[in-house]
Design a protein around this ligand. Structure first.
Ligand code: DC
Length: 237
């Protein structure tokens, strides 16, 4: 089972994807965390986000890993260091969006993401999962919400993480990132043609999770039925 969840910043992808992974016992893969870890590495190395050559030189040798802590929490490792909290800073958030527009960065991370899903059942979230990373995913969801709702949620998350957050500023930042992520030349944020769009403004997290789980179970059931329908013919042949 491969589930792709794409959508703009603050739509609730991480919360939903984690809950779906728990409910269906799938591996959760946060691809945004990988772009963020790459951003942190570039910032630490003093590389300008416009310096394609320096970025290319750095990205090839970066060791970014997603792991699970003993308490089940997803952990992001950069060269073996736990950077789970560090990659959530506003500075990393600002840097990750223009960094992710570099094709050299996308190539490196997309191939790692495809490898992660090759022999595993996953819920993968990002911007290009249904379109580029897992075009054959069993379930594709495009999760979105209005910019004001997304900003209010993000501001609350930031405040909980100890970062001062003004909702209007957060909304401006989100809109700027949406514009950038949707207009880049290489794999822009867009809904895959066969993705189901869920607008979460009026939905609780549980309602969204239920819908995604139902889609996955319907898919499994459909596969099981078509396999059992084929059986007699196969035996006869
Ligand atoms: O989902 P996020 O906010 O953690 O993602 C951080 C940045 O990474 C975001 O600006 C867009 C980029 N990104 C991407 O280009 N492709 C993905 N599959 C995931 C994230």
């Amino acid at each position: 089972m491969k589930i792709a969840i794409d959508g703009p910043a603050g739509a609730g992808k991480s919360t939903v994807a984690r809950a779906v992974a728990r409910r269906l016992d799938l591996t959760y893969v946060d691809t945004g965390a990988m772009y963020r870890a790459a951003a942190l590495a570039c910032i630490r190395a003093g590389v300008s986000v416009d310096d394609g050559a320096a970025i290319a030189a750095l990205i090839g040798s970066l060791d970014i890993d997603l792991a699970t802590a003993s308490d089940g929490r997803p952990v992001v490792l950069l060269e073996g260091e736990d950077v789970t909290d560090a990659i959530r800073s506003p500075e990393v958030t600002r840097y990750a969006s223009p960094l992710s527009a570099h094709s050299v960065v996308r190539r490196a991370l997309v191939s790692q993401q495809k490898a992660m899903a090759r022999h595993r059942d996953v819920v993968m979230e990002g911007r290009d999962i249904g379109t580029v990373v897992l075009p054959d995913a069993d379930v594709k969801v495009f999760l979105t919400a209005s910019a004001s709702v997304r900003a209010a949620r993000r501001a609350r998350d930031l405040a909980e993480a100890g970062h001062a957050a003004d909702v209007a500023a957060v909304q401006a930042g989100i809109e700027e990132r949406d514009r950038r992520d949707s207009s880049r030349a290489d794999s822009p944020l867009r809904r895959a043609d066969d993705a189901v769009e869920i607008v979460s403004d009026e939905l609780t997290v549980d309602e969204v999770v239920d819908r995604v789980v139902e889609m996955a179970l319907a898919k499994t059931e459909g596969t099981r039925q078509s396999t059992s329908r084929r059986m007699p013919t196969e035996r006869a042949a």
